[in-house]
Design a protein. Structure first.
Length: 323
């Protein structure tokens, strides 16, 4: 029988699943992402995890005919490697992925994607109508999109298409993004940015009352959402987040004309009513073209590994007709 594999390389965990030809998962494994010292150590961690999933499924790696990888970037796509990943130690400058996995499974059918492209591939695969035009947006520690347009998963020549978290939404540029530029969407609305944004709003209007631990070392985005409906500043911050999120999503819709926009990432997954519902309401007013369906992924935290598996099953496309 033919088997297929999906691999998710994140900054915290490596995950792998093995499935039969119809997509039924028969084995899985998860390990902590090695912190180096070199990129090869990370590669070996990925291979161990994939071997672990094969062991769990009771097959040998060479029985896998195709594998998909959803990974943190950035990439050298030609080399099939991750280059200088931001959220791993500096000693890790290069993580070869495609070649070593091809060798392990003895097949050259290995598809490497960034995690948001893996996301859109999985969402397309699992969507009701197998749409050709679809966007997956993650709102987590950062913000990014995977775009499928006219049936093609868009990656750009260097694999860096879909960095919509760096859309300029605030021309005043009041907050500086992790990338060093000002006014970017994720500088306001990512999980990492929300505490800074709440502090900025509090400075702007000191008359707003709040119990948020603004100056505490442990203040996180979660605190803001937990005090929704009970705290004036939390409610104001959530409303302002909706404003910027709707602006970012409207820009995405005008650029790519998706029929479905699917959200994932911890901030969206854990706060659908406070984050995604307001986007849906605002986008209906702010889009001048067709308004897409706006939903939250059914895959939860599995969206990247399931997308990687969907890629393996469909020749890197998420198109169910290619099963
Ligand atoms: Zn940026």
């Amino acid at each position: 029988m033919d088997y297929y594999a999906g691999v998710d390389l994140g900054a915290t965990n490596v995950r792998a699943v093995v499935a039969e030809q119809d997509g039924t998962t028969i084995g899985a494994d998860r390990r902590a992402t090695p912190r180096g010292p070199t990129g090869i150590d990370v590669t070996e961690g990925v291979l161990r995890t994939l071997r672990g999933a094969c062991g769990d499924a009771g097959i040998t790696p060479t029985e896998i005919v195709a594998a998909g990888i959803g990974s943190i970037g950035p990439f050298d796509l030609a080399e099939g490697a991750v280059i200088d990943p931001a959220n791993l130690p500096d000693s890790i400058d290069r993580i070869p992925l495609t070649g070593p996995i091809e060798k392990l499974i003895d097949s050259d059918e290995v598809y490497l994607h960034n995690d948001t492209n893996a996301g859109v591939i999985g969402e397309r695969f699992h969507a009701d109508r197998n749409p050709d035009d679809m966007v997956y947006i993650t709102i987590s520690s950062g913000i990014g999109a995977g775009v499928c347009c006219d049936g093609n998963v868009v990656s750009g020549w260097d694999g860096n298409a879909g960095e919509v978290g760096h859309y300029v939404v605030d021309p005043r540029g009041r907050l500086t993004c992790g990338c060093g530029r000002d006014g970017h969407w994720e500088a306001y609305c990512s999980g990492n940015a929300i505490p800074d944004y709440a502090r900025l709003l509090a400075e702007d209007d000191p008359t707003i009352e709040t119990d948020l631990p603004l100056d505490g070392p442990d203040f996180t985005a979660k605190d803001v959402f937990e005090l929704a409906g009970e705290d004036e500043l939390a409610d104001y911050a959530i409303e302002q987040l909706a404003h910027w999120n709707a602006m970012g999503v409207t820009n995405v819709i005008h650029a790519f004309a998706p029929i479905v926009v699917s959200f994932g990432g911890a901030v969206a997954l854990h706060n659908e009513e406070l984050v995604v519902d307001p986007i849906r309401e605002r986008v209906a007013e702010s889009v001048m073209t067709n308004v897409p369906e706006i939903r939250v992924t059914d895959q939860g935290d599995d969206v990247v590994v399931e997308g990687a598996l969907a890629s393996a099953l469909t020749g890197g496309t998420g198109d169910r007709q290619r099963l």
